[in-house]
Design a protein around this ligand. Structure first.
Ligand SMILES: [Fe+2]
Length: 424
């Protein structure tokens, strides 16, 4: 038996397989290019290396390739009987995640990390704003996110992945000074990690250092390959800062080249939410968006997310359906009872329907209701600014500018320092 890079014994005698597995894990955690290649190299070196199949399956799930995910899962389960308790538990928790049973997967991760806290691929499932806590739909999930990652501190120390995820959890609850320290440690340890560069971008955003953030991220992503998993979302940040700093040409360039659904190789969840979000924030800021763009995005959301239930996708799909005039699809979201945040999806989708019908006061009422705890829907504060700005825009259009300014000065002070909501 050999140990992986985090000190966990793995069931392979091949150093080449173990090293390739470690590389796959590191690239997965940093959203670097070549994750699948690394896990496939591990499998080629040792066809009975069960966790390498799981690593590959995790990456394929991100890329939206369910058939290949299931094939990898079957392979790993066929090998499970001869494995250690840690590896069997690793496969079980991963299976729950990959088969879409999120509440059971979350419970399995909590149990697993109690015994094997340094099993990083399992701990990772409950981190970040798209993870099992982020998408749990539970009230207080941002605090729980920070609590979960903080409990791992004794086992990870200055590890770059840990410091990155700790920083993200801290940013989302406003602990910006601590986040700064952690992100510096992480970036020094692994400057190639796209997740680390991404979280540093969030720190710039929350600190209202928009030009600095745009410069930083533009430089960082010059060498980032378009087929790497975080490329789409990194460019969402670039596009958003381009909009907010007045470089509108560059914003369209990002939409048409870097994050366009026709060209993007990113995870479908990012492709939908990043494009819809940037287009709608452009509209909220007063730009005109041709309806054809919305129709294409509405069709994309129906193709990639045909069944409502993932609230963060549904929120953005509701905007695309509303703006494109696809009323049937919008009504389907409003009346869906699937998923842990269907109540919130209903409220928000109704808000966008009222907004489309120019019933500004009715729309504002819906968005106000969602403001109580829109963190439940998942995503980062930067992404959910969309909701705050939607409410502010409806208030402005209802003739209630002062109310809109007061609201944003409390919830998102960054918004009143620039022209992100037209008429504010
Ligand atoms: Fe982000």
């Amino acid at each position: 038996m050999l140990d992986d890079a985090y000190g966990n014994p793995v069931a392979t005698l091949s150093v080449q397989a173990r090293d390739a597995y470690d590389l796959g894990v590191s690239k997965f955690l940093g959203a670097e290019l070549g994750v699948s290649d690394a896990f496939e190299t591990a499998i080629n070196a040792d066809e009975s290396f069960a966790l390498a199949y799981i690593g590959l399956a995790r990456n394929l799930q991100l890329l939206g390739q369910p058939d290949r995910v299931m094939s990898c899962l079957r392979k790993s389960r066929d090998l499970a009987s001869s494995l250690s308790a840690r590896e069997r538990s690793h496969i079980e928790a991963s299976t729950l995640l990959l088969e879409g049973n999120a509440p059971a997967a979350r419970a399995a991760v909590y149990k697993h990390v109690e015994e094997w806290p340094a099993d990083v691929m399992i701990a990772q499932m409950c981190t970040s704003v798209f993870g099992l806590i982020g998408f749990s739909g539970l009230p207080g999930r941002e605090a729980e996110q920070l609590a979960f990652i903080s409990r791992l501190s004794p086992y990870y120390g200055d590890n770059w992945w840990f410091r990155t995820q700790l920083a993200f959890a801290q940013i989302e609850v406003g602990q910006l000074a601590s986040a700064q320290e952690n992100i510096e440690i992480a970036m020094n340890a692994n400057p190639r990690s796209a997740h680390t560069a991404h979280i540093r971008a969030h720190l710039y955003y929350e600190n209202m250092e928009d030009k600095e953030g745009l410069n930083y991220l533009s430089n960082w992503c010059k060498d980032y390959d378009p087929s790497a998993t975080l490329y789409n979302h990194i460019y969402w940040h670039v596009g958003l800062w381009s909009l907010e700093t007045g470089d509108i040409d560059r914003m369209w360039q990002v939409l048409d080249i870097n994050i366009s659904p026709e060209q993007s190789q990113g995870p479908p969840l990012n492709v939908l939410t990043d494009a819809a979000s940037l287009l709608f924030r452009a509209e909220l800021a007063g730009l005109k968006v041709p309806v054809e763009r919305w129709k294409k995005l509405s069709a994309y959301s129906l193709a990639r997310f045909p069944n409502p239930g993932l609230g963060f996708a549904d929120l953005h799909a509701a905007i695309t359906h509303s703006r494109s005039g696809n009323r049937d699809a919008l009504e389907a979201l409003i009346h869906s009872n699937n998923g842990p945040v269907s109540d919130l999806t209903k409220t928000l989708a109704t808000g966008y329907k009222e907004m489309e019908d120019e019933n500004w006061a009715m729309a504002a009422k819906q968005f106000c209701h969602a403001m109580r705890d829109h963190a439940r829907i998942g995503g980062s504060k930067a992404q959910r600014d969309l909701i705050d700005y939607s409410l502010a825009s409806c208030l402005v259009r209802d003739g209630r500018q002062q109310e809109a300014r007061t609201l944003l000065s409390i919830t998102r002070p960054r918004a009143i320092t620039k022209e992100v909501v037209a008429g504010l």
